[in-house]
Write a protein that binds this ligand. Structure first.
Ligand SMILES: Cc1cc2nc3c(=O)[nH]c(=O)nc-3n(C[C@H](O)[C@H](O)[C@H](O)COP(=O)(O)OP(=O)(O)OC[C@H]3O[C@@H](n4cnc5c(N)ncnc54)[C@H](O)[C@@H]3O)c2cc1C
Ligand code: SF4
Ligand code: SF4
Length: 942
């Protein structure tokens, strides 16, 4: 229930924003309200906006009612600046994704909802990138990157948003729009907002007129600094419009909404070399840093002894690290150049200059991509490793300080003493040393109230250390948030802090934009509203709620993302312990059945981008396993035990439905099927015009010829059941096509004994029927061991998801292949390819992505067609049979498919029959197995 004032807001907004984007239920306000910080604020109302008009409508309505608004991009913020208990204005999934670049790609205009890595993908073909490079760049969105002034390992201060931002389009709290690249907009703004301009000019004059303050600001921005407003804008710029543009950088949504930005692009060097340098202690490392800063080095990443310990067993970490002393400190150093000769010169120069420095071990630079990737994986693995080793139930706090590089060594030693004093163990330290910027992790258990008091006094000492002793930044790159808001005055002093207060007062006098962030009157705001992290399930207990999984989660923006599933499961688990009879628990459980469970495709793609490798799909499967009742388990057992009859019956049904479809046509059939499904309360599967007909029965050969190579072919039960759909060409079952192809390549096919009864068990497993799944896997393993002569012959399965499941469950000695790798490894050399002179579309199914086969799919298709297009589609959401039972999930998963298919594309190819049904339906062209394409364009090699 919305309270009175939020109900009034809702009623106003629903006249301009569809109600399904005005969210206020218990489950989604908690889920969508969560960000990566350790604070918990649950919004009253969430507004998903898709256009500037909707932003303006929301801001004006909130202003009229005196309600606070917080903007949200990807929610990866760590300092408590992307959460609220009032109105959360979230960038929707449809708008905010446009970009524009001039011919020379010297700049790029990006709307606020694009992720940083998407921008870099657009620029990569031209050897360019955007300047800011936070470690979260794959997930973080442009709005959040600019509003936090986020940066990372290579950007330093020079390439951050502040110094690479050319223009910006803003919406202020009263709905005023300013587009700094548009002369009309600038003029209109100047005349409408005369008082703002005058006040800013006065502030600028006040600062510029005081040399001590100018000196302080310049000194403090030599290193990274995101504490308070970017007051350097007031001394570096003369034009008030430019001042505003630069003040917005790092303003954390407290001054205006960012609609789009134009960045000057940076060069992406073409060659790089990386070295892991080990020094005997922190002080020696700091001496080396001062030298390296004078060298052509683009990144230098610190890892202290504890940090190294957390990763010393990981692949790519040299063995000798374990044997080194207790104070050893590492730097991961990267140098880059535009050609090989330049790179060699860089390495030589670094070597010569570092000669006087004592090393704990000799070092070398590598250009080998695998070795380089392993080293960077180690560096990036420090934070997740530290998190995954923490006790269950504890919070994760990453601090983010910077001090002048010359003082870094002393500061780090004092920091370590503070850890000891407060008995904070295992506080790993790492960071970007050229900027004097280090991070450290604390993992307190805030369910114990004394831990809050301890954290408070510890932080007060850290503040004293960083500010009083080293004149450093309390937040170097993660933003002030609520976490450092009480200490902004301490860091900047009363004069500059007064300027910051006035900045807020100019643009947001009612303090409605993200209150308590950046500037707060509450000295204890940083120790309030800690997020509970209760134990919930061993699969997800290490989750830090960072949100990195969301970009890969197909149900993100539809129902819940992987992170949000975990957040709600944590809440449900806690309520089951503390308030088992509460109506809130019942409500959350009821909603979770759809939002958490039914709409999870269980594809596990979330694990690919999770720093601690959590597969939330496994959580959902486990919950399903616990829900399966006796009758369900009995039925699953019956189906598993009679696969031959079940597949036979399904073939019969598909054949009958197909005949009816032919008779009635798609329109009548669609209407009939929808009506029947509605009458069954959505229990009957949803028919669609891309529905397959029956597959032909597989008739295995029994006689084998001597001297002819053999392979084992296991057609998945889906391929044995589902034949071509009405629009498919040729009208042949996949098994026929495969047989033809394999024989063309000169192989004999060995089918496993008892094929009709075999199944990999995946379908049972994903529904939680583990026992039947295990039984089917065991049967299949036995049959494949026999057919492959104890694992000697390669085994081919025509369906990627089944093969992926087999790889996880069957004897690792079996040589298992799915269509892409099998064709490339066994067939391609024996066939002549005559590529089609047209463009074909591809879809890499989740299991192919998880097996790293996306590039190989493209390579194979490129052998078969003049051009290949791989639309940017995540998991399609068909998820075995969810395309029938929860068709809206499939429709959401493929909502952007059609628009990405170029005109004239006639055929699409993939490696999973069920996914192909949804792809055909929503792409509006037939999708078939890639084997159809290979068969179409090949003949036996002459
Ligand atoms: C594991 C991990 C590693 C990280 N590493 C780094 C790092 O290396 N460097 C770094 O700098 N940061 C890092 N961060 C912090 C964070 O990812 C970045 O600050 C990131 O830029 C935030 O972007 P976002 O899209 O998630 O924004 P959000 O968190 O959604 O929002 C960030 C801020 O911007 C405001 N905002 C959002 N959209 C708009 C808009 N359109 N207009 C105005 N204001 C808006 C929000 O109100 C909020 O105050 C890391 C975070 C995590 C979890
Ligand atoms: S599941 Fe992984 S990626 Fe997702 S929020 Fe948790 S830790 Fe982050
Ligand atoms: S399994 Fe798929 S749908 Fe489910 S949480 Fe993970 S990515 Fe999202």
């Amino acid at each position: 229930m919305l309270s009175d004032v939020y109900q009034r807001l809702y009623d106003q907004l629903k006249t301009s924003i569809p109600e399904d984007r005005l969210i206020h239920d218990d489950l989604r306000t908690l889920a969508y309200g969560t960000d990566a910080s350790f604070y918990r604020y649950v919004p009253n109302l969430i507004v998903k906006v898709e256009s500037e008009q909707e932003v303006i409508a929301t801001l004006q309505a909130c202003r009229g009612l005196g309600l606070a608004v917080t903007f949200r991009a990807a929610g990866t913020s760590l300092s408590g600046q992307a959460c609220t208990d009032s109105v959360l204005l979230v960038l929707g999934d449809k708008g905010w994704h446009d970009h524009a670049m001039p011919e020379d790609r010297s700049e790029i205009t990006l709307q606020a909802g694009l992720r940083g890595a998407q921008a870099n993908r657009l620029l990569a073909p031209f050897g360019k990138k955007i300047g800011p490079d936070p470690a979260s760049i794959d997930s973080a969105k442009i709005g959040g990157i600019v509003a936090n002034n986020a940066c990372g390992m290579a950007s330093g201060v020079e390439l951050n948003s502040q110094y690479t931002l050319k223009d910006i389009r803003l919406i202020f709290a009263d709905g005023t729009v300013l587009d700094t690249r548009d002369e009309h907009s600038r003029q209109a703004f100047r005349s409408q907002k005369k008082d703002w301009i005058e006040r800013l000019q006065a502030l600028s004059a006040r600062l510029k007129g005081d040399p001590a303050l100018v000196d302080k600001i310049q000194r403090k921005y030599k290193i990274k600094n995101t504490t308070g407003y970017s007051v350097n804008a007031l001394i570096e710029q003369d034009d008030p419009i430019k001042m505003i543009q630069h003040l917005i950088v790092g303003s954390e949504g407290t001054l205006a909404f960012i609609s789009d930005v134009t960045f000057a692009t940076a060069e992406e060097p073409s060659t790089k070399a990386t070295s892991l340098m080990l020094f005997p202690d922190i002080s020696t490392m700091c001496e080396a840093v001062l030298i390296l800063r004078q060298c052509p080095v683009q990144a230098a990443e610190l890892m202290d002894r504890l940090a190294l310990r957390t990763v010393e067993d990981k692949p790519g970490v040299p063995d000798h690290i374990k044997t080194l002393g207790p104070d050893v400190t590492a730097l991961l150093v990267e140098t880059a150049a535009s050609d090989e000769a330049g790179l060699a010169a860089n390495i030589k120069e670094i070597g010569e200059k570092l000669q006087p420095i004592a090393m704990a071990h000799e070092y070398h630079f590598t250009t080998d991509p695998a070795e380089t990737a392993a080293l960077w994986t180690v560096r990036k693995g420090i934070f997740p490793s530290a998190c995954s080793e923490r006790p269950v139930g504890t919070a994760v706090i990453i601090e983010d300080i910077a001090v002048p590089v010359e003082s870094l060594g002393d500061c780090l030693l004092e920091l370590q003493k503070l850890f000891e004093k407060y008995d904070y163990r295992n506080c790993v330290i790492w960071g970007h040393v050229f900027d004097g910027n280090v991070h450290f992790v604390l993992t307190p258990d805030f369910s114990d109230t004394s831990a809050i008091e301890k954290y408070k006094t510890f932080m007060t000492e850290v503040v004293d250390l960083v500010v009083d002793r080293y004149d450093g930044s309390l937040k170097a790159e993660h933003g002030t948030g609520r976490n450092m808001a009480p200490f902004v005055e301490k860091e900047w002093g009363p004069e500059i802090f007064a300027v910051m207060r006035e900045i807020k007062d100019i643009f947001d006098p009612e303090r409605l934009l993200n209150p308590d962030v950046m500037i707060s009157d509450d000295p204890d705001i940083f120790v309030k509203q800690f997020k509970p992290m209760p134990a919930a399930h061993e699969i997800v207990d290490t989750c830090i709620e960072c949100g990195f999984c969301e970009r890969n989660c197909m149900s993100n923006d539809f129902t819940l993302s992987a992170r949000q599933r975990i957040v709600i499961w944590r809440e449900i688990s806690e309520l089951r312990r503390t308030a088992p009879d509460s109506p809130r628990l019942k409500k959350l459980e009821r909603m979770y059945a759809y939002y958490g469970d039914r709409t999870c495709a269980a594809d596990g793609l979330c694990a690919l981008s999770c720093p601690v490798e959590i597969n939330t799909g496994l959580l959902i499967k486990d919950l399903r396993a616990h829900q399966t009742g006796g009758i369900g388990r009995f039925l699953a057992g019956q189906i598993g035990g009679h696969m031959d009859r079940v597949t036979g019956a399904m073939r019969g049904t598909l054949g009958t439905v197909d005949r009816v479809h032919r008779l009635l046509g798609s329109t009548v059939m669609n209407g009939l099927a929808r009506g029947t499904r509605r009458l069954s309360f959505e229990r009957l599967p949803q028919w669609n015009p891309s529905m397959p007909g029956r597959a032909d029965v597989v008739r295995p050969e029994r006689a084998y010829y001597k001297g002819v190579d053999r392979i084992v072919y296991f057609p998945a039960c889906i391929a044995r059941t589902m034949g071509p759909a009405r629009q498919d060409e040729p009208q042949l079952s996949l098994v026929h096509v495969t047989e033809n192809l394999v024989r063309k390549a000169g192989y004999q096919i060995v089918y496993p004994e008892g094929l009709d009864k075999l199944c990999c068990g995946m379908a049972f497993n994903s529904k939680g029927f583990r026992r039947t799944a295990d039984e089917k896997a065991a049967e299949l393993e036995e049959a494949l061991i026999a057919a492959s002569e104890g694992g000697r012959l390669p085994i081919f399965c025509d369906t990627s998801p089944c093969l992926h499941h087999m790889k996880q469950t069957l004897d690792p000695a079996l040589k298992l292949y799915e269509p892409i790798e099998f064709t490339l490894s066994y067939l391609a050399d024996r066939l002549d390819f005559e590529p089609l002179g047209e463009t074909v579309a591809l879809h890499a199914v989740c299991s192919a992505k998880k097996m790293g086969l996306e590039d190989k799919l493209v390579a194979l298709a490129e052998m078969c067609a003049a051009e290949v297009v791989l639309p940017d589609v995540n998991c399609c959401g068909f998820a075995g049979d969810k395309g029938f039972s929860v068709p809206e999930l499939n429709a959401f998963g493929l909502r952007k498919l059609k628009e990405q298919l170029p005109q004239g594309v006639r055929q699409g190819f993939s490696t999973s029959r069920t996914c192909e049904i949804g792809l055909s339906l929503h792409g509006e062209i037939p999708y078939q197995s890639i084997l159809y394409l290979v068969d179409q364009v090949t003949r036996t090699k002459e």
